[in-house]
Design a protein around this ligand. Structure first.
Ligand code: 3H9
Length: 702
């Protein structure tokens, strides 16, 4: 045994407890401990059977991801699971909480699986660029069939204990408090020979119609374009239909180890840790966040209603304030619609939907209703004067110590804070639309923001199930500042000869959820117009400006909402189809600007877009707006549709080679030295042969 695996005999049953906080991951110590525990069960005359369970609220969160990328250490997890399955005495898994990845595979090695009703199971390896590597692709199809196993493995989704029982994964589901007693009772009955279950590995090979498998492959390839793990997982499951367990496990291991060496695995694991690292902020280490129960929201438009929905779904009381009763009613309707959508997506029960509307949400007129709110978030029109007026009024109604937050996406939070007599209580909470769905939350810390409010904002992000990222004050903070820069690269390419459709196609091929012109149509070309007008007032005269979208704006082609923008939305293609008239207008605009159009390959489009993104990201980092490179990756991954399997722009930059990025930038600089001037930090890193990842510790760059 080891410190991480406990062994105690209770009424003839050995209870083996995995205790490796925080998530009971199967580190080498745990694997060693489990091997020793099974040996001991077999040799122990006091133990007729065994129960394996996890300490705390998790069964086992999977293999220890921190060991990945290093040489594997014995004993290997597949051997541990085999050993459990081959144990000469019955073994019951008592799944007390999440059993993920290798944790689920340990349970599949046990002869019987019992679960607390709060337990969950899943094989999330594909989300890390891997496949289950400890027998999951061989035992699960033998237990529940090929189709269901492929669904679980390629989606990486988590199943509730109830769903898992329906599928035949769990033999029984009981109240959490009863689990250990029920599992030991079951183990005793197995020891007495009353019942002899068939281990998964001894079940017959499953089968599937080859045509059906082919169809699943095609669907999976389309759904996970560009990614390799999902298809590799199907190959591994398919092996279970042709090979006996032993050979199937060899095949699984070989695929697993091959995937372990891929850049996609490295990128996805980087994303996993980057997401968690974002919440680790030296400035709030040891700071206790003040509690919060009631959230005030000012403004019931799409954003305000979305924030209200998110807060109410997280169990908080919400008071939403509007200017007039009519708008307050409208906001309530929007929230009700959002909640209904959540019910449809299985994120909320019908009963909770009703309870939120009746008990947890007030939509009212008048700021006085905000006097009890712990956190007040303003989501009104994006104008400095309007925001200042709101904060000035808030100063008189908000209770002492309330956090006063602005949801501005680019305005100066320091200036807004000065509209109150308590700038230390003010910060930015930049939600992304739709706020009840998008997981990114930029937490904008102003010069005088008190650390307790920063800690509270991070606690709020966690409560809402969002990923909070610290940002400093500048125009656009982290995400929008970088976006407005790389967006220009797309406009320049369009003017110089690439069609918006070629650009979008190249970038969706790269893996972005949408191309920039599809995004413009979705967000509304009027929104971009307003941003351009604002920028025009402060634009550096050396910056090349492109105003082609204004042509569409003046024609009233505002994007999806008007049925026409860069694309035409006439029902023929839900994603919109290219518009020859837009191309004519574009040719005209190029002629007027004296541009001789040239062609761009998809590769060049991708290189320019990425170089622009990385260059501005390096400046954002050097300016201290983001505190570490991985935070920038998180912002782009969660807010801007950057492909997770590429890890984020700065992880991608390291993988592509910073020197290569700089070579690209210098080459492009020949045509536009102002726009393509290399970021000083990038030049320094290249000169010193360093990478962005080397800056991911907690020391600030600037
Ligand atoms: C696998 O199993 C391969 C096998 O098939 C084959 C092997 C041969 N390892 O998320 P949280 C850390 S692949 C190491 O905030 P929660 C995490 O970084 C694995 N560390 O907690 C964080 O550290 P810190 C398949 C891990 O309660 C802390 O634990 N498994 C691991 O919100 C708390 O994490 C998965 O993909 C790990 N496996 O959620 C599951 N997991 O505090 C991945 C977490 O220093 N894990 N940490 O920032 C999860 O999904 C969630 O962590 C879980 C708990 C749901 C378990």
């Amino acid at each position: 045994m080891t410190d991480t695996v406990g062994y105690a005999v209770r009424d003839n049953v050995a209870v083996i407890t995995i205790a490796n906080p925080p998530v009971n991951a199967t580190s080498q110590q745990v694997r060693t401990g489990l091997m020793a525990a099974i040996e001991r069960v077999e040799a122990d005359p006091e133990a007729g059977a065994a129960v394996i369970t996890g300490a705390g609220r998790i069964f086992v969160g999977g293999a220890d991801i921190t060991e990945f990328g290093k040489a594997p250490l014995e004993p290997y997890l597949p051997d541990v699971v085999n050993r459990i399955e081959e144990c000469t005495k019955p073994v019951v898994a008592a799944v007390n909480g999440a059993a993920l990845g290798g944790g689920f595979e340990i349970a599949l090695g046990a002869h019987v699986r019992m679960a607390a009703h709060t337990a969950r199971v899943g094989l999330p390896e594909v989300t890390l660029g891997l496949i289950p590597g400890a027998g999951g692709t061989q035992r699960l199809p033998r237990l529940i069939g090929v189709g269901a196993a492929i669904d679980i493995i390629t989606s990486g989704r988590q199943l509730s204990a109830q769903e898992a029982k329906k599928l035949g994964i769990f033999d029984d589901v009981v109240e959490a408090d009863d689990l250990l007693n029920a599992a030991t009772a079951k183990a005793r009955s197995l020891a007495s020979g009353e019942d002899s279950p068939r281990p998964c590995g001894q079940r017959p090979r499953p089968s599937i119609d080859p045509k059906e498998l082919e169809a699943v492959r095609k669907k999976t390839a389309a759904r996970h374009k560009g990614q390799i793990a999902q298809l590799a997982a199907i190959d591994a499951v398919e092996a279970s239909t042709r090979l006996d367990l032993k050979d199937g496990l060899v095949e699984e291991r070989s695929i697993f180890l091959t995937l372990m060496e891929t850049p996609q695995r490295a990128a996805l694991i980087h994303a996993f840790f980057a997401e968690r690292r974002a919440a680790q902020l030296p400035e709030i280490a040891g700071v206790e966040p003040p509690p919060f129960a009631e959230i005030g929201i000012i403004g019931g438009g799409t954003m305000g209603a979305g924030i209200a929905t998110a807060a109410a779904m997280a169990g908080l009381s919400v008071v939403l304030v509007e200017r007039e009763a009519e708008f307050a009613d409208k906001a309530r309707q929007t929230i009700a619609r959002n909640l209904a959508g959540a019910v449809e997506r299985n994120k909320l029960s019908q009963e909770a939907h009703g309870r939120i509307l009746n008990e947890r949400l007030k939509t009212v007129v008048g700021y006085d209703a905000l006097s009890n709110a712990d956190i007040i978030i303003e989501a009104v029109f994006e104008s400095m004067d309007v925001k200042k007026d709101v904060f000035n009024r808030l100063d008189t109604v908000a209770k002492a110590g309330a956090t006063l937050a602005t949801n501005t996406s680019y305005l100066d939070v320091n200036e807004i804070a000065l509209a109150t007599g308590r700038p230390q209580d003010v910060l930015g909470l930049h939600f992304f639309s739709p706020a009840h769905i998008m997981r990114l939350l930029e937490i904008v810390v102003a010069d005088r923001t008190d650390r307790r409010h920063v800690a509270r904002a991070f606690a709020l992000a966690k409560r809402l199930g969002k990923v909070g990222v610290r940002a400093g004050v500048c125009d656009g903070f982290i995400g929008n500042r970088i976006m407005s820069h790389y967006r220009l690269a797309a406009d320049y390419m369009m003017m110089d000869g690439a069609s918006p459709y070629e650009i979008d196609a190249a970038l969706t091929d790269f893996g972005f959820a949408m191309g920039p012109f599809q995004v413009a149509d979705l967000a509304g070309i009027d929104i971009g117009y307003a941003a351009r007008q604002r920028k025009a007032a402060t634009r550096d005269p050396r910056e090349r400006s492109v105003d082609f979208a204004d042509t569409l704006y003046h024609k009233g082609w505002l994007g999806q909402k008007t049925g026409r923008g860069f694309y035409v939305y006439d029902g023929e293609s839900p994603k919109g189809r290219p518009d020859p008239e837009v191309l004519d207008l574009l040719s005209e605009a190029r002629r007027e600007a004296g541009i001789e159009p040239r062609s761009f390959t998809a590769g060049e489009i991708q290189r320019r877009y990425m170089a622009a993104m990385i260059n501005e990201a390096a400046r954002v980092l050097a300016d201290g707006i983001a505190q570490r490179p991985s935070d920038i990756d998180v912002v782009l991954l969660f807010g801007y549709g950057f492909p997770r399997w590429r890890g984020g722009p700065l992880h991608y930059a390291d993988a592509y080679g910073l020197e290569n990025v700089l070579v690209d930038i210098r080459k492009f600089a020949a045509e536009d030295p102002f726009y393509w001037s290399p970021a000083v930090l990038l030049e320094e890193l290249v000169a010193e042969n360093r990478s962005f990842s080397g800056l991911n510790d907690d020391s600030q760059v600037s």
